[in-house]
Structures are given as structure tokens and as C-alpha cells.
Design a protein around this ligand. Structure first.
Ligand code: ADP
Length: 366
């Protein structure tokens, strides 16, 4: 911190000036304010590292100022100066977001010690924040780089397996064919994981909020179902869609919202029983449209529900493990729907089925 900036808020001019003089001797620049409101305006106008605020002031007292500073920027270090130093005031001050308090009257040395300690905390906070951001950026870049580098060679290997398994591959013994089929299946899972992981990193919450547009839900559902009908047919699962004609349009980002519906419908098929049912229905509430995806499948144990939206979480049950999956589908869906300012709810009965309900804003009719 090259030039730390300190703000002194005190209604007594003499106190402001003496703080300024003492701190100037150790090379600290101060700004002064005669009331809480003036101080808060100064904070908004230019960044400060530390605020010294008198507890007893007319209009807005020091506690209220500390509370507002904490709400505005919790990283600013606030020190309360008080003539009534009791344990109680100290505790309340700290609760309201102050870092420390200084009982009046204080000597210049006492002021200097408290301010230097506060500024040291500010410096350490900043350093650790910068390190955290750097670490996060490195992790993001590293993962994205590795996943990109892995995807193309794995895709090529997959193609070779396809050729070997087709007639072009010549005569393969039964055992060779089985081994290649197993390898292809594992590779398929790995490619799915890489694609999901890239997806998870690609979704930028801010971008989605900017792309929201009003769309009819039925067209989103049709788009999501394309490509899943085959999987349903293979398992003998009956798909039904029940969307009221007069349902208001939904405010969504088409591509990512379709991805959410696809993920949920794919799960409803994947974790269903053979010859089961999947029903997609919708209704409206005061502000939202609710899309429900209901299945007649395995269901989810109540204990597991809090975890299913976490990255890489998959149920330990054998029936789930028999299905290929990455444990990222619901985490992606949750991230997308949160970016829409909506929510996903789950109701489930083990052995009977589950309902995933997605809430998104509806178009307002003037
Ligand atoms: P994946 O399906 O790849 O495992 P998801 O993130 O989509 O990952 O789902 C996480 C877990 O939630 C699944 O492994 C499964 O245990 C459970 N789950 C999700 N959808 C359903 C469903 N419709 N019925 C039963 N369990 C489900």
C-alpha cells in the first residue's frame, strides 16, 4: 500500500485536527469529515483504507457509520473512537463491523499503534485477496487448457475405435470386439466429462443475464426433446408434454435454457425404470413460469437431495452407478438457472420417481 488514506469522522474540529497532525508525522495522509453523512459521501467519492470514527455524534452516531461502511465495503478498516469505553461498547462496535476501538483520551502513540495495526490488516487482506484471485485464474486457465488439449486426441482415438468396430476394421475376434467396445464406452464417458467441464467453465453468469428474451416455452421444450426421443424409445419410456396454450412466454436465454431442460429430461430418462414415463408440464405463478419434469424412476433419497447439485456428486446407489454420468449435469443446470435469477426445486420418493421444477420469470403482460 504505497500511500494509505485515512478518513477521520468527528464532529469536534479539534479532535479531527489533532488526529491529522499525529498521523502526518508518520507520513499518513488524512481526509476529515465533521459528520457521518459527510464522511460516507467522501468514502463514495474516493477510496480510503481506514476510517477513524467518533462514537458520539449528533445525527448519525459512530455505530451507524461503521455499519454503513461495512455494508458498502467490508474491506475498509473502521476504528471507533469512544469516550465511553466499556466492554459492551467494544463488543457492539466490533459486531457492527468495526475492526478496533480507541478509548478517549488517547496519547499520540496509542493512536499511531491502533492505526498502524489497522493498516497492516488492510495490507494483508489485500495481499491475500490478490493471491486468491491469481490462484483462481491459474486454476481456470490450467483446467481449460488441459481439457482442450485432451479433447482432440481423445476424439481421434474414438474415431479409430469406430472404424475398427465397423466393417472397415476387418475381422475382429469376439473378445477383441468386446474389448474395443468397452474401451469406446469408457472413452465416451471421458469425453462427456470433458465436454461438461468445459461447459461449466464456459457459462458466464453475466452473459446470460444480458441475453434474456421472451420465448414460448413449448418451442424450448421441443428443442430440448430433439435428440432425446431415441434414448427414451430404447428404454420403452413414454414421453408426454402438457403445456397450457395460454401460458405466458418465458424470459430466458434460449441456448442455455434448452441445455437445462435437456439435462433434466435426459436424467428423467436415464434414471427411469424400463417402460416408465416422463411428463413435462408447466404452470404459472404470480411472477414465474414453473416447468416440471416428472419421472417414474429410481427417486432420490432425502439425505442425498442437498448434494445432487454439487459438482461431481453422484449417488452411491448401484442403480445410479450402472448409468454413465459425470455428476456435472445438475451443477450446470443450477448455475444457468441462477444466472436467470430463477431456481430449481426437487421433490422425490425413492423407488417411485422425482419431480424437478424449474422457476423462471414470465413475460409481463402490460
Ligand atoms: P449425472 O447424471 O451425470 O450423474 P447429474 O448432475 O445430472 O449427474 O445428477 C447428479 C445425481 O443426481 C445423479 O448421479 C443421480 O444420483 C441424481 N439424479 C439426478 N436426476 C435424477 C433423477 N431424475 N432421478 C433420480 N436421480 C437423479
Amino acid at each position: 500500500m504505497a500511500y494509505p488514506k485515512v478518513l477521520v469522522i468527528d464532529d469536534e474540529e479539534i479532535s479531527r485536527i489533532s488526529c491529522e497532525r499525529i498521523l502526518k508525522r508518520i507520513g499518513i495522509e488524512t481526509t476529515k469529515a465533521g459528520s457521518g453523512r459527510e464522511g460516507l459521501d467522501l468514502l463514495l467519492a474516493e477510496p480510503h483504507d481506514l476510517v477513524l470514527v467518533d462514537l458520539k455524534m449528533p445525527e448519525m452516531d459512530g455505530m451507524e457509520v461503521a455499519r454503513r461502511i461495512r455494508d458498502y465495503d467490508p474491506n475498509i478498516v473502521t476504528i471507533i473512537i469512544t469516550g465511553y469505553a466499556t466492554i459492551e461498547t467494544a463488543v457492539t462496535a466490533i459486531k457492527e463491523g468495526a475492526y478496533d476501538y480507541l478509548p478517549k483520551p488517547f496519547t499520540p502513540d496509542e493512536l499511531v499503534i491502533v492505526v498502524q495495526r489497522g493498516l497492516e490488516k488492510r495490507r494483508l487482506d489485500r495481499e491475500s485477496q490478490a493471491l486468491r484471485q491469481e490462484k483462481e485464474a491459474m486454476e481456470r486457465n490450467f483446467v481449460t487448457m488441459v481439457t482442450h488439449q485432451l479433447r482432440s486426441p481423445l476424439g481421434a482415438i474414438y474415431q479409430y475405435f469406430e472404424v475398427l468396430l465397423s466393417d472397415l476394421g476387418g475381422d475382429l475376434s469376439k473378445i477383441q470386439r468386446e474389448m474395443i467396445e468397452r474401451a469406446r464406452e469408457r472413452l465416451d464417458g471421458l469425453l462427456q466429462l470433458i465436454n461438461d467441464w468445459l461447459d461449466m467453465n464456459r457459462i458466464q453468469t453475466g452473459d446470460i443475464a444480458h441475453r434474456l428474451e421472451a420465448c414460448p416455452l413449448s418451442s424450448c421444450v421441443s428443442a430440448a426433446l430433439a435428440g432425446l426421443e431415441m434414448a427414451a424409445m430404447e428404454k420403452g419410456i413414454k414421453l408426454s408434454v402438457n403445456i397450457p396454450q395460454d401460458l405466458p412466454r418465458v424470459c430466458i436465454d434460449r441456448n442455455t435454457f434448452r441445455e437445462v431442460l435437456s439435462n433434466l429430461i435426459a436424467n428423467a430418462i436415464k434414471y427411469n425404470r424400463p417402460e416408465g414415463k416422463v411428463c413435462i408440464s408447466a404452470c404459472e405463478t404470480k411472477d414465474c413460469v414453473v416447468v416440471a419434469i416428472e419421472d417414474t424412476g429410481l427417486g432420490i433419497d432425502e439425505k442425498e437431495i442437498p448434494f445432487i447439485f454439487e459438482q461431481f456428486y453422484r449417488s452411491k446407489s448401484k442403480a445410479v452407478r450402472q448409468q454413465q454420468g459425470t455428476g456435472l449435469g445438475l451443477a450446470i443446470a443450477q448455475k444457468i438457472i441462477r444466472a436467470h435469477r430463477g431456481k430449481i426445486e426437487v421433490q422425490s420418493r425413492p423407488g417411485e420417481g422425482s419431480i424437478f421444477s424449474v422457476y423462471v420469470d414470465k413475460e409481463r403482460r402490460e
